[in-house]
Structures are given as C-alpha cells and as structure tokens.
Ligand binder design. Sequence first.
Ligand code: BG6
Length: 523
Amino acid sequence: MDLEFSNGKSEEKKIPDPCVMIIFGASGDLTERMLIPSLFELYSDKLLPENFAVAGFSRKEMDHETFREKMKKAVIENKTHCEFKEEIWEKFSSGIYYFIADYKRTESYKYLLTEILKIENEKQTGGNRLLYMAVPPDSLNEIITNTGKSGLNKEVNSGSWTRIILEKPFGYDLESAVKLNKNAGKYFREKQIYRIDHYLGKESVQNILVTRFANGIFEPLWNRNYINHIEITSSESIGIENRGGYYDNLGALRDMVQNHLLQLLGYIAMEPPSTFDPNSIRDESLKVFQSLRPINEAEVINTVIRGQYTGSKIKGENVAGYREERGVVPDSRTETFVALKIFIDNWRWGGVPFYIRTGKRLPTRVTEIVIHFKSTPHHLFKSKSDIAESYNMLVIRIQPDEGLLLNFAIKIPGSDFKVQNVNMDFHYTDLKELALSTAYEKLLLDCMLGDSTLFIRADAVEACWKFIQPVLNAWKDDPSIIVYGYPAGTWGPECADDLITGHNFIWRYPCKNIADSHDYCEL
Ligand code: BG6
C-alpha cells in the first residue's frame, strides 16, 4: 500500500544562522560515524547555511587535508539517503578544518580561539558557535571548565549565540550527574546547553506525541481505566562490539534505561502539554520522572532482573560470551540485559505496571512500545470461542520497520460467533518518497536553530538518575542478587517473564528465539 502524504516539499525549510561547529574530540569514532555524515546529508539537502564551517580539535596528529580525506571515506560509508556527489563534497569539505590541540591543557584554548577567529573571519559566520563535546566522559568536566575559563563559552556579540552540545552519559550516577550539571551551569546558561539523547531525534519517537495528541481516538483510553499494562522493549542483536572496557563500567541500566528508555516512557506517559514549546514538553516528561515510584533497595531483587550473555551458537556460528569479550574482566557482573517493573504514582497511571526491558545479543534488533488495553467488562462470546477474553494491543514500533500496529478482535467468517485477533498495520515504508532523516541530522539542525524541545534538561537527567540510583546501590551492596546468564541469541533470562503479572501475560516476542537451548544459569 502506497500512501500519499505531504512531505513538506512546498513547506518553507528553516535554515539556521551562519555558524562554526567546533568539535572537541574530532578524531574519535562519533565524528566519523555520525557527525560529519549527518552534516553532509543536511548540506546536500540544502538545510545548512551557506556560511558554515567545522573546526575539529584533537590530540591526534593530522593536517586539514588528511582529516578531510578521512571524513570523505566516513561519509561514503555512513551516508543514509543522499547520493554522494563529488562536487557537493568538494564545496562542503572546503569548510572543514582540523587542529591539533590537547584540549586538556588550558594553553591550548588560546590557540583554539585564534584559529576559530580566523575561520569566522574567512567564512563570515557572524560569531555563532556550536561547541560539540565528542569526548570521553571522564574528561568532560575538565573540558567544560577550560572552555569556560578561556572565554569560549561567551556570546561573541549581542546578536550572536554560543551553544554547547553534550553527549551521554550525563554522569555515571546521581552524584556525578549533579556535579556535571553544576559545572556546566557555572559556565553556560541552561538555555545554551543541549544534551543529546539520540532516541528523541528518531522520527518514530517524535511520532509518539503525534499519535497521542493529534488523534481523538487514543487519548480518551490512555489511562488506568482502559490500559492494563505497557511494555517498552529495546533489544539489540549485536554484542558490545569493541567497547568492552567502556561498557563493563556501565551496563545496560546506565547505558540504555537511565536515558533512552526513560525518555520513551516520558513521552508515553506524559500529560498533554498545552503548547508545543520546548519547556512545555520537557516539563511534562519531567513530571513523569518525578512521579516514578521509588524502587526500594530491598525490592530490587523482586522487581529488577539482570542478565549477562554467555557463549552460544547463533545460526551455526560460535558467539563469545560477555566475559570472553576484549576489555571485560573475567568475573564481571555487569549486566548486558535488564528488565524492570515500575509504576508511575499519579492520577492517570495509578496501579498500571510499566515493564521495561533491554539487552545485547538478543535474537533481533527491535525497539517497540506495546500498549495492552484491558478486555471488555463482559465476555459475550465466551461460550462460542476458544478465546475467552480478547485484549487489544497497540504496538508502536520505533525501529526498524517504524510504524504502528493495532491488534483487535474480529468474528471469524462462518456460522458461529468465533472470535480471533487480527492486525491493522501501518509501516512508514508505506509512505511514498520516504526519506527518514537520522536522529543526528534532526538534532544537529534543531540545535543550530535554537530549538531545544528534543534535548534533555538538567532537571530531567537528575530525576532519572534519582530513580535508577537505588538499583545501582542494591547491585553494588548485595552480592546475593543474581546475575542470570542467558545464551547469546535468546531473549534473556526466562525469569524476566515472571515480572509480568496477571492473566498469563508474558513479554511480546517480536520474533522466535533462534538459539536451540535455554541453558540459563546463575553467574
Ligand atoms: C547507545 C548505547 O546510546 O545506544 C549503545 O550506548 C546502543 O550501547 C545504542 O547500542 C542503541 O542505539 P540505536 O539507535 O541503535 O537503538
């Protein structure tokens, strides 16, 4: 089915002010995989200002030309919808510069400033600066401080702007997140700070707000009277790739739940904002985070399940267990899977359980939110049908195969009143001429335009850590809390199913397990 839709072709596109994007940590992976390819897509789509430049800073020895060549390769490998055109690249890359500097040393900042001023002069960017912190989390505070002390945090003139983009993780726990916010707040106003959670840049995540607040049919049912429970699953088939050392200090709760999945929860559970402006939206999701029922440390054992993948065979190939991965300590208790049951203590959601689950080396890559509606109060067709009661289900598929699926009951054609559930299924790919932009394209552009709606505010970061902290404490303090092993390629520890209560409900499994055995063990 092809659907016609207005894809904004005739709509006037907003082009940001001229500016220089200054990337700290430019020789790293993020610049190559995400930042430059996204900027190039925006440039090819004519969404960047004519007067635009990128200034990369890093310790690694490289000249402008070598950096440009490296970025060209990265763009070709990582581009999404735009065709790579040599002549466009030539124009775009003439505004890319690279400077060798140790951004940990205060002296380097004088040099940075001199070079930035030269670029600003040459490219006539009007003094607008976007500082992008693509740096390891342990150097972030120091770089923010140096940026502030060197005056790079200041607006150059009364009409110009300076903004800073911070990458997750925003701290390692509540204490370090508060410290980071305090330090950033010392040198930048909250209005200048853009904290990226790339999940909010996903088209299908923004569509949660439209599904809820632009349709008359869902919102009246969107509460404890009609909803039985809600699942949020983000499963990945990849392992930790070459991030062993980094991941082993984090785990799935810090890496995925504290940020991405709680942000999804915020959009699913928030009250309708009265206006669509950055603070109304963010105020409403903050209220959700503040209403999360605190998990008591003693309760962690019953409401949070953690797991770690073990070696297995997937499609005939041997797959290493987490503890065999490079950079991971051999007796690591870091979770690569976590499932939790949570409640939101407010009028709308009183008593409705929310189940959140995420893991690495699961059978497939899928992120989806499943709204399970309550069944009808009276089961009219009970005596006629094998299904005694039917539960409607709305699946919001975030990725891949973005879309919406509504599951509802119909009469099976025939003489009797037998009931069966069927799907009404919408896929984004049904839309004609679809070109979904990536999360980074959307977020970089929004930041240049000064729209902070999809960025995380300091208070939300802290509210999410506050909720997560007792779980981290319990895991640290109580060695009797089990880390369940699950074979790579399965859906995680089976006991995660026991979290879900009532009517034999289990998690929705978007595809069947592909590992042959369920050799679950205690690690
Ligand atoms: C990152 C995590 O924030 O999100 C990774 O650090 C994870 O571990 C990634 O793989 C998932 O993002 P996406 O967009 O592929 O779902």
